[in-house]
Design a protein around this ligand. Structure first.
Ligand SMILES: [Cu+2]
Length: 106
């Protein structure tokens, strides 16, 4: 087996393992919307919220099980939250009343 072939197998193995163990989820705050608007995750998954708009956004939930208050998220900035309780949660943006999404934590 030559070195290049060994490298390819190692590279594919790393990518494959990364997909199995990846628990991080991405939500984009874009065009005054959460994208996606619905997401299903597992308990203790961390969701990263990335603002790709030129406006400030915010992410919060009024749920007592996952009381999210991520503050102001500027353009190109990001914020994370780890969901430590299961259930169905509505997330909203305090800056834009029309922005909302649902996260189901199993
Ligand atoms: Cu917003």
């Amino acid at each position: 087996m030559n070195k290049f072939f060994t490298f390819q197998i190692l590279f594919l193995a790393i990518i494959f393992c990364g997909q199995i163990y990846a628990t991080d989820r991405i939500v984009e705050l874009n065009s005054l919307e959460f994208k996606p608007v619905k997401m299903q995750i597992k308990l203790n998954d961390t969701v990263t919220f990335i603002n790709t708009d030129n406006d400030f956004h915010n992410v919060y939930s009024t749920s007592k099980k996952n009381p999210i208050h991520l503050g102001a998220i500027a353009n190109s900035d990001r914020a994370e939250y780890t969901f430590t309780n299961s259930g169905l949660f509505e997330l909203r943006c305090a800056v834009h009343n029309d922005m909302s999404m649902i996260i189901k934590v199993e």
